[in-house]
Design a protein around this ligand. Structure first.
Ligand code: ADP
Ligand code: MG
Length: 697
């Protein structure tokens, strides 16, 4: 049965069909429920009244009461403006309008008291306020001091006079009608232990706060609720999965032991060993494993995955190893083959460019269980591909795979779900991991193999290009190889492509004696493969490329990474690119080339790169700079479309909410106790209204 909040917004007084359509299109507000959850993104402080003498140009929006003395026109052309001389008992300032002079003069009169609201600025000695809000002072002006909410709106809506104030007005109407229908959504116990405001009060105060204190309480309560429910859902998912899906028990580790004793090419780091132990514990638990391994670039995730696969194979199961690109799948295939050969482990590759005839054979080999490991791309999860006994799926560089694709993998084994090991080289801040992968267990490889020298990073301007090229030459003369990377951003693809080609030519001109590879997305995959191989074998010294080389590619002899137009890359991308070097024993370098003029944000990105190699620190900065929605690969997940919380700044609260949800589920895993009925009820209504909820997984 549709409830009060499912009512179409059209029926709210003051809306009607036309505005309703616009609100839906522009802001996704379709129902009463949508509108009541359209929260302000900031508040203008209308609690304090200033005197003109107190004002300065560093202040944000302020309000002042005074009188307009006179009007005059000043300036010509584009600078033509109406100036009103405004004063109170402490001083004078100018109110300035560049447009609408006529309208202003008709409406405002000299000699009358007005309340003006705007941002002070200063030209020379004169203090002024451009396009202030002006309203006549009434008996209520001073009493009605409040925090004025500012709502998200759009240009289109504003043109139809649905600005922030109009939205607030609609909310006033809606709130009165809504109050009897707003139900508490958190259990008493939770409300009490976290001293939360009740739901009705919180909703009222978020839209109509009387002062900062009540606003703080309302915000806290609503953020808590939002984060609590997200975490509760993720944790429930986890519980449900472990209960529903039995995991295959792998307790034979024979091949792992053999490999360890006889073929291990290097000593594992402590962190690698720790992760393998964690996985092995999962394998023996009888529960299906869903584990995320976070490890910075070069931390050695591949061998960890291989050792885990050996356990599955020792127990008679098959493994799938998925990579996001063909290049990577190929590299993994080749790398893994070296490990696999001495053990007699059978491994094959399946990607988009696998030939039809070969493909058929492969399918058969998988179905009959002849093959132990299939390495590939998305091609692996096609309907046609069937495994005889898939026991472990490894997904490398998770951010390119959606949760839905992960689920598809599971369905590859009918009776029992395979264990899933997700590996990501994009370190993500804890708060983000908790939300994006809140249903997974998380392992970290937080240690690099011994003997690695941290990459030295330098920032150079385009004017220092000659120096940069000299440095490239020096490195190559030492026998090393270099990458020169260009941005490729979809919207401007052909422009970027031209940049890349120009770049290639100038590199070729500068280094006539060197062999140069080129790699970009427009090339056929055989050609890409060919170029990549030449570089891997050391036949070419320089690789000019777009970001196709970004993920996972491993050429230990490459010690120099030059990133052109570095200001156009995001932090995590820069970090990924830099991770392509520093993989061998030699000192490696990263040069960030930029133009002269950089935005503040770009400056922070570049300086962060120069200062640190720590992927987790970089991820934190990235989150702070861009907000969670823009972080690499998280965009399409939609998991981060939060109504009120902000994962960048609400990390602490997130942890509190997750712990609260976890404690609650520990006591009542199926939410059966009477005091938790509100939760069940709320989850039901959420899943019905589609709000927020269905977007999460
Ligand atoms: P990533 O975590 O970025 O996927 P890789 O698995 O590609 O890293 O490993 C990077 C390089 O380090 C590879 O050449 C790999 O063989 C090597 N490597 C991995 N673990 C160790 C170790 N414990 N000691 C020395 N080298 C290692
Ligand atoms: Mg890797």
């Amino acid at each position: 049965m549709p409830g009060f909040f499912d009512k179409s917004i059209e029926f709210l007084k003051g809306v009607g069909p036309q505005r309703a359509e616009l609100l839906g299109k522009e802001l996704g507000i379709f129902t009463y429920g949508d509108l009541i959850q359209h929260f302000p993104f900031r508040y203008e402080d209308r609690t304090k009244f200033y005197k003109i003498r107190e004002l300065n140009e560093h202040m944000q929006l302020v309000q002042v009461i005074g009188e307009i003395r006179s009007f005059r026109m000043a300036g010509v052309g584009r600078k033509a403006r109406l100036v009103g001389l405004f004063e109170d008992e402490t001083g004078q300032m100018e109110l300035v309008w560049f447009q609408g002079a006529k309208w202003v003069q008709q409406r405002l009169k000299a000699g009358v008291q007005y309340l003006v609201f705007g941002k002070p600025s200063r030209y020379g000695k004169i203090l002024s306020m451009a396009h202030p809000e002006v309203e006549p002072v009434t008996a209520n002006s001073q009493k009605g001091s409040h925090l004025q909410p500012v709502y998200p709106t759009t240009e289109k809506l504003k043109k139809k006079f649905i600005d922030s104030k109009a939205i607030n007005k609609l909310l006033r109407v809606l709130l009165v009608e809504s109050l009897p229908h707003i139900r508490e959504t958190l259990p008493d116990e939770v409300i009490r232990s976290f001293s939360l405001t009740d739901k009705k009060t919180a909703i009222t105060h978020i839209h109509f706060p009387t002062d900062q204190a009540v606003l703080r309480k309302a915000t806290f309560r609503l953020k808590f609720e939002e984060l609590f429910y997200i975490q509760l859902r993720l944790l429930k998912l986890k519980i449900a999965r472990t209960e529903r899906f039995k995991g295959v028990v792998f307790n034979n580790s024979q091949m792992l032991n053999t490999f360890y004793k006889e073929h291990l090419p290097f000593e594992l780091t402590g962190a690698q060993k720790k992760v393998i132990k964690e996985v092995y514990t999962d394998f023996r638990s009888g529960k299906q494993m869903n584990r995320l391994v976070q490890g910075d670039v070069g931390s050695g995730k591949t061998i960890v995955a291989f050792l885990c696969m050996l356990i599955a194979i020792s127990n008679g199961y098959q493994c799938a190893f998925m990579a996001p690109t063909e290049i990577l799948a190929d590299q993994h295939y080749e790398g893994l083959q070296v490990f696999a050969k001495p053990l007699g482990v059978k491994i094959a590759r399946l990607t988009g460019s696998t030939k039809q005839s070969e493909r058929k054979q492969l399918h058969l080999a998988l179905e009959t269980g002849v093959l132990n490991i299939a390495v590939g791309t998305h091609a692996l999860i096609e309907e046609k591909v069937k495994f005889q006994k898939l026991g472990l799926a490894v997904i490398d560089e998770q951010h390119r795979f959606g949760v839905a694709q992960r689920a598809k993998l599971w369905s590859k084994n009918r009776e029992i779900f395979p264990h899933v090991l997700v590996m990501t080289a994009t370190p993500i801040p804890r708060t983000l991991a908790m939300t994006l992968y809140g249903d997974l267990d998380i392992s970290k490889i937080d240690e690099l193999p011994a003997g690695r020298k941290p990459v030295k990073t330098q920032h150079m301007r385009d004017s220092q290009r000659i120096r940069m090229f000299d440095f490239v030459e020096k490195e190559i003369r030492k026998g090393r190889q270099a990458y020169i990377v260009y941005p490729l951003i979809e919207e401007s693809e052909s422009m970027d492509y031209k940049d890349l080609m120009d770049g290639y030519e100038s590199v070729a001109r500068r280094f006539p004696d060197f062999h140069i590879s080129i790699l970009h997305g427009r090339m056929k995959s055989e050609d890409k493969d060919f170029e990549m191989k030449r570089f891997v074998k050391g036949e070419t010294q320089i690789m000019v490329a777009t970001t196709v080389i970004e993920v996972g590619v491993d050429v230990p002899n490459a010690t120099l990474m030059v990133i052109e137009n570095a200001e156009r890359f995001g932090l995590s991308q820069l970090h990924q690119l830099r991770g392509r070097v520093g993989r061998g024993a030699e000192q490696s370098y990263c040069i960030l080339m930029t133009g002269v003029k950089l935005s503040t944000e770009a400056k922070t990105r570049v300086s962060t790169m120069v200062e640190t190699n720590d992927g987790f620190r970089i991820a934190e900065t990235d989150l702070r700079l861009r907000g969670p929605g823009d972080l690499m690969g998280t965009k399409q997940s939609g998991a981060l479309d939060l109504l009120i919380s902000d994962l960048a700044s609400d990390g602490e609260l997130l942890v509190i909410a997750r712990n609260a949800a976890s404690d609650l589920l520990k006591q009542d895993p199926h939410l059966e106790s009477p005091q938790n009925h509100v939760i069940r009820h709320h989850i039901d209504s959420l899943s019905k209204t589609v709000v927020n909820w269905s977007r999460i997984s």
